[in-house]
Design a protein around this ligand. Structure first.
Ligand code: PEP
Ligand code: MN
Length: 344
């Protein structure tokens, strides 16, 4: 339930509402203070009937303009919970809202210092503003390259120092959250861990943005509830990343492009939504078309795999663009973004 305050409501009015919300049996009354209006987000297991009964009472309190019963299972990430434009800030870059499209790019995995610095320089030159690269790789088989782990994090940090690009890297388990957070600017939760609730809570206690990828078989509601886990621990800086989902037809692509999730999720939540065409496609020839479609559909950013020599990549080479292909795609990305009125 959301209690919306009038623009002229005082802080005493808000405090009174919070007290009454708790007295009515809710566990939490979280206030989002916007520039115009504040919203009190009422969290807890209060029945729908009880909320209906409480609605008139809250409407009668001074400073209250509206009471909305949430129709969805998410609360903190719901658009109603955040009246103002919401962006995630990272090193002077704003992601979401009406901000320019943000492109994050780099190899699937960090393989060596030379490979990650070459990738960083190439993607920066083409216009990417965040460097990606996995140090802990969640591979389907234990016999495949698992990532350079801590050494990979250090190489990423060196690439950041050389290029100035902030870095995003995946955190795969509870025990490496602190170490990854020490080096990374943005933490990534991969598709396989979208419902690893302990891990979600742990990154919710870290003061760094988190990219939460959609589970490959997760519904949109499940994905947003996973985001709720992170936000409920206090970390609001969640960026949602669609990356393709499993369907009956994944013979020609690795996943089916859930481009529709972009406008749907942007309608439901204020959090930024980015798109990963690489894991969607599984094939570098398909990456540009899918990336452009995601931009046209309103994605706030892209996460793209780029490798200096894709054919020698230790992970996901088939879907990785080489630097020339990436530079060519970036020109089209800008054109499509501009065509829908977005800077890039
Ligand atoms: C990745 O970004 O390299 C990755 C493993 O992504 P996903 O979790 O979407 O498969
Ligand atoms: Mn990958």
């Amino acid at each position: 339930m959301f209690v919306c305050m009038r623009p002229n409501a005082t802080s005493d009015h808000v405090k009174r509402v919070q007290a009454e919300v708790l007295a009515a049996g809710f566990n939490k009354a979280i206030v989002t203070a916007g520039t115009e209006v504040s919203v009190v987000n009422c969290l807890g297991t209060v029945s729908h009937e009880q909320k209906l009964r409480l609605k008139d009472f809250f409407l009668s309190l001074p400073g209250v303009t509206d009471v909305e019963l949430a129709k969805t299972p998410f609360r903190l990430t719901a658009r109603q919970a955040h009246p103002d434009e919401f962006t995630v800030q990272i090193n002077g870059i704003s992601i979401g809202g009406n901000q320019p499209l943000v492109v994050m790019a780099g190899p699937c995995a960090v393989e060596s210092l030379e490979q990650i610095t070459a990738s960083a320089n190439a993607v920066k030159q083409a216009g990417a503003v965040v460097l990606r690269g996995g140090a802990y790789k969640p591979r389907t088989s234990p016999h495949l390259f698992q990532g350079l782990e801590e050494r990979g994090l250090r190489f990423l940090a060196q690439a950041r120092q050389e290029t100035g690009l902030p870095i995003v890297t995946e955190v795969t388990s509870l025990e490496n959250v602190a170490l990854v957070a020490e080096h990374a600017d943005i933490l990534q939760i991969g598709t396989r861990n979208m419902q690893n609730f302990g891990l979600l809570r742990a990154v919710g206690r870290i003061d760094k943005p988190v990219i939460l990828k959609r589970g490959m078989a997760a519904t949109i509601d499940e994905w947003l509830q996973a985001a709720e886990y992170i936000v409920s621990e206090g970390n609001q800086r969640v960026i949602l990343c669609a990356r393709g989902i499993r369907t009956f037809d994944n013979g020609h692509t690795r996943n089916s492009a859930d481009i529709d999730a972009i406008p749907v999720v942007k309608g439901l939540t204020h959090h930024p939504v980015i798109f990963d065409p690489s894991h969607t496609a599984g094939n570098r020839d398909l990456v540009p078309d899918i990336a452009l479609a995601a931009v046209a559909a309103g994605a706030d950013g892209l996460l793209i795999e780029v490798h200096p020599d894709p054919d020698s990549a230790l992970c996901d080479g088939a879907q990785s663009l080489n630097p020339q292909q990436f530079a060519g795609l970036m020109i089209k990305v800008k054109a499509v973004a501009n065509a829908i009125g977005r800077a890039a």
